[in-house]
Design a protein around this ligand. Structure first.
Ligand code: FAD
Length: 440
């Protein structure tokens, strides 16, 4: 396990005050690859402590997997991250300190069981699986998928839609999510169990609280194609051939981008590092926003449908007057939906029509498809605990030769992988590791 991953606690966990830290030596240069949560927050911290920072962002915008749509409805909607997961998190702290309007999510769930809507549905096998995944129920059996486990337990066919919803929350499908390693990784979760929603969006928080101090350091349209760390300085090349030289580089591109090989390394990455990249799961995923002229649904979310394992009321708590459902589809379900013969939106409307007596098509106004797998510099939703993942996140998080560092949600070894807070914390972790290594 890398020094960077374990030896330093972030201020907000350790109670250590910012002014107890020193500064980087004068003229110390750091290149941050990626202007998502991890890169932006790391850069903010580095700059506060005297480093010269360049943030190279491949796309035409900041935020990465935090993004919003402002003009689909009469309220802003998150296209990516939407909830703060847990009160004891850096995100919660940032939102609270900045006086952001956010509230605890206490929405009501409805379940689709054998084609019928049921409130307060319970199933002992599903509860057992949730308990294991959350780390509340112990499991020391073999490394099998949650689908295999459910089948072994004799789960009835009526529960498989809900099982896919559970897997979807973890960013994949039931057949791909490791029961054993999800539990092991989730055991470290320390943020608490409450979820919070923004009156505006997660994007607004990052854009208003983190971005301003590093705005002038961001280079958009700058896809990094190669990183050469063979000499004393690191040389980073972007697509148009321009090069940047620095003392350190912090890579925050998603693990799916690293898998794709669009960034080459010289010297080549070690076999262990490459294996870590290959082993950590990251599937495609999409959010589909559907706007209607009436709210024909009853609960805040509908769980267990075939094509979209969960639909939720995106209007809830936003204070607008438009009615919007958000379909959240991950893993194999997203792969199938993206090639649905009748099209993505008609497939979802048909599914809703069957549950709500044709009211979906009758009141449908407009739709937006946000397919994260097709974003060239994201290539999926978020990392998950795949079968056999073991401690590969720690290996991914290890820095190379005190020159090349890795952050981003997939490198979170504190149970907060998949989340914005995990990304922010990983950025802070690497900032602290760099500072510590120069005696600052
Ligand atoms: C649909 C969806 C819903 C989600 N819901 C939640 C939620 O409710 N709560 C929550 O906490 N989390 C949620 N997440 C996860 C959360 O959005 C991510 O964990 C987090 O935003 C990841 O931040 P990051 O900095 O690690 O990576 P990213 O956001 O992926 O940032 C990496 C950046 O690097 C850039 N980049 C990639 N390659 C290159 C290159 N070669 N050169 C230069 N730049 C490059 C990318 O363009 C990107 O801007 C959700 C994600 C999705 C997709």
């Amino acid at each position: 396990m890398g020094v960077s991953a374990v030896s330093v606690l972030p201020y907000w966990l350790s109670g250590c005050k910012k002014d107890q830290l020193g500064n980087f030596p004068e003229g110390f240069k750091i290149i941050v690859v990626g202007a998502g949560a991890a890169g932006l927050y790391a850069a903010k911290k580095m700059k506060e402590h005297g480093a010269q920072v360049d943030i190279l962002e491949a796309s035409d915008r900041i935020g990465g997997r935090i993004w919003k749509n402002d003009d689909f409805a009469d309220f802003p909607i998150d296209l990516g991250a939407e909830w703060i997961h847990g009160k004891k998190s850096l995100s919660h702290q940032l939102a609270q300190d900045a006086g952001f309007d956010f509230f605890e999510d206490q929405g009501e769930e409805a379940f689709l069981v054998n084609g019928q809507i049921q409130n307060n549905y319970s199933s002992s096998i599903l509860e057992n699986i949730m308990g294991i995944l959350d780390g509340d129920v112990s499991y020391s059996g073999p490394d099998i998928s949650i689908l295999q486990y459910a089948q072994q337990q004799g789960m009835g066919s009526q529960d498989f839609g809900i099982l896919e919803y559970i897997a979807g929350e973890f960013g994949t499908s039931a057949e791909r999510l490791s029961l054993l390693y999800t539990q092991r990784e989730e055991e470290a979760w320390s943020s608490g169990n409450k979820d919070f929603r923004f009156k505006r969006t997660y994007f607004d928080l990052i854009n208003e609280v983190v971005v301003p101090s590093v705005l002038e350091n961001i280079h958009l349209f700058s896809p990094v194609t190669s990183i050469n760390y063979s000499a004393e300085k690191v040389v980073v090349t972007i697509e148009n051939g321009d090069t940047f030289e620095a003392d350190r580089v912090l890579i925050t591109a998603s693990v799916a981008v690293l898998k794709s090989g669009i960034i080459s390394f010289s010297p080549a990455l070690s076999t262990a590092k490459q294996q870590a990249i290959n082993s950590i799961g990251m599937d495609t995923g999409m959010k589909v926003l559907l706007k209607f002229s009436q709210d024909f649904w009853s609960a805040t979310s509908l769980i267990g449908a075939e094509n979209a394992p969960v639909y939720w009321n995106a209007s809830w708590g936003k204070g607008g007057s438009d009615y919007v459902l958000s379909a959240f589809v991950m893993g194999t379900k997203a792969e199938q939906l993206s090639v649905a013969e009748e099209g993505i939106i008609p497939t979802l409307l048909n599914e809703l029509d069957a549950v709500y007596n044709g009211q979906a098509t009758a009141s449908f106004l407009n739709g937006v498809i946000m397919d994260w797998g097709h974003q060239p510099y994201i290539r999926g939703a978020y990392s998950y605990s795949s079968l056999g993942i073991g401690d590969q996140r720690s290996i991914l998080a290890e820095s190379i030769g005190n020159k090349v560092h890795f952050a981003g949600e997939a490198t979170a070894t504190n149970g907060h992988f998949q989340t914005v807070q995990g990304a922010l914390e990983s950025g802070e972790r690497e900032f602290l590791a760099m500072l510590e290594s120069v005696g600052g």
